[in-house]
Every structure is written in C-alpha cells, then in structure tokens.
Design a protein around this ligand. Sequence first.
Ligand SMILES: Cc1ncc(COP(=O)(O)O)c(C=O)c1O
Length: 381
Amino acid sequence: MTSTSADGLMPFHAMEILKRAKAIEASGRTVCHLEVGEPGSPPAPRVIEAVAKALPQAQGYTNAKGLAELREGLAGYYAHQHGVAVDPDAILATMGSSAGFIIAFHAAFKPGARIAITRPGYPAYVNTLLGLGFAIAEIPVTAENGWKLTGADIVAAHAAEPFDGMLFASPANPTGAAVDREQMGDIVVTCKRLGVRLISDEIYHGLDYRGPSVSALELTREAIVINSFSKYYCMTGWRIGWMVLPDELVRRAEILQQNLFISAPTLSQIAATVALGEREYSEQQKAGYAANRGLLNDGLASLGFHMGSPSDGAFYAYADISRFSNDSMSFCEAMLDEAGVAATPGVDFDRVGGNRYVRFSYAGKQETVDVALERMRAFLK
Ligand SMILES: Cc1ncc(COP(=O)(O)O)c(C=O)c1O
C-alpha cells in the first residue's frame, strides 16, 4: 500500500490520448475510439421528447435536493430493484456522481481526513480528494483476485495507515470487477468494525453480466451511496446523478448542495425522471455491450494480450500488455498514431503497476470493436 501527500495531483493521460486522436481525425484519418467511458447511444427517445416539451417552462432552479418526482422515482427504483425502502428525503439529485463525491466528502469528513480507494481505480477519486485537501490511502487489488476488494484488504491497509473513509465502486472502473452480496457484506461489516465511513459508487449498476448489482443499501443505512444517469441511462453530458445519505448527513449535504451547486440542472432532472421508466431501452444498450464484451475479450486474447475472464460489469476490458510493452502511455500513443486505435493507458488508474495495462472501453458500436481488433492485429505484427 502506498499513500500520497496532499500535493500529488496527476494529469489525466486519457485526455492526452483524446487530444491526439482529435488531431489525427482533423488530418483526415479515422480513429476507433475505445478510450472514452461513455455509451455511444443517446438517451431513450421518450427522454428527449419529455425534455423538448418541458423546455419552455424549465428555466429556473429546483429546490436544492431536487424535484420531488425524481426523488420519488428513485425511491421506487430502490424498492423495485433492490427491495429496500428509501425515504425520498434522504435522496439528493446531483450534477453527476462527480458532484456527489464533493458533497459526500465534505458532508462526512473534515478536510485532511484520509479516504481509502482501490488501486487501480477511477482517476478522479485521487485527484478530487487531493484537490479538496483530503489525504488518500491506496489499497491494491489484483488480477489474481479478480480485481475485487475484500474486507481483509481493508483491514491490512487500515493497520498500516488508518483512514476515515472507504470509497469504492462495484462494478469498478477500469477493471469491471463487481462484488457479490456476500463480498459486499464483508466490506460493509469490515468498515463498520473499523469505524470507517463507506462511500459506495454504484454508477455502473445495471451494467452487470454475472448477476444483479448489489447496493450497499441492501446491507446498511450507514453508507453514502452515489449513483448517476451517465452510464446505464446513456446521459453522460446531461450531468445528472444522485446520492442517498444516512439520516445524520442529509441536512449537511443539503446545505452543501445549496451553496456549492444550488441545484442539479432542471432539464436534466426532468430527463432523469423519465429515464427511470425506460429501463427496457437501457437493457437493449446493455445487450450490445454484452456482445462487445465477449468479442473484445476473445479478440484481445487471440492477439496476445493476457486476459482474465471477461469483466463482471461496466464496459471495460483491462488488458495486460506486458507481452508487448512495459510503458502503457507509449504503447497507447504508438497504437493511436500507427493503427488509429485509441485506448487509455493503465497509468491513469494505477501509478504503481499501470504501465502493464491498457483499458479498452466497449461501450460503442460492435463495428468499432471489430475494426479496432483488425487494426491492432496489423499493428502488433
Ligand atoms: C467509477 C466512476 N465513478 C464516477 C464517474 C463520474 O461520472 P459522472 O460524473 O458522469 O456521473 C465515472 C466516470 O467515468 C466513473 O467511471
């Protein structure tokens, strides 16, 4: 385990790849985009229709917690999908899960508190925490253990360097690893025993290929749960998400929202309310990701990448490139320049071991995956 001091902000290497890809496209060449973690499809048609209708009347702020219809819809979602009763008053609509993190950190911790995250993990966790004056503890998760976080990992890291919070995602970015109910229970119980506040990032819920996603809310009311319409509902740019708070943090989170963001975007809240009823559309998108998932995993394995079994969830393949390179950034740059395939270097997610890995997103069209594999075959020769 390593920890980083509060001045260790990192660059976002994926953005460097994206900038390079745009320059290549401007020169007239095509690029297969497997670097971005966003669905290729728009939101459900009814979402667009509802927004078009609401546009003339939706100019103002909503109340800080968000539209009652949206929060009631979300309570319905928890009752239906997870079998748990959640009070709509404990739900806050946020400007994407990204804003949810800021509110969660300031609602639950004092500046300077240490929050544990997994390594590899979503890069914004480190940057947001450090940028806001919190400290981090990184807990390594390994391919051998399916990239899953365990209670024992948390105990070992806490013994080496105590921390106040644990932020983790299941399914995870960049590995797609998802814990089952028992494994989630282990994490919940361990955090409780150590007095560590759990923040469960459930943004990839619904995008699960081995069984239904387990919410921390099924096991505890002490965790902060963060979720978003970005991924499952294909709404990355709408900047709309939500959080569920334990009773004692609801008022403080509301006050933070009033002051930091006032409210989540009104039109996006209207869109999100409708999106909740359009899960059939989301399931159709998911079927496309599921097909891509197998195709990409098999294809990468046949090209010589070391692949485990396909990811449990989300829409990423985290591929071991050690047969080809020990420098993931240079590998991604060369693959982009020479083959026109954009992927994200593992160093974005893991500063220690990430040079051995590259993340491929399979959230786009099947054709993109097919062409990318073809181009990579020629490149790797
Ligand atoms: C694990 C994880 N959490 C949170 C986010 C941020 O999502 P948003 O702010 O769009 O809800 C992402 C985006 O890729 C992610 O991968």
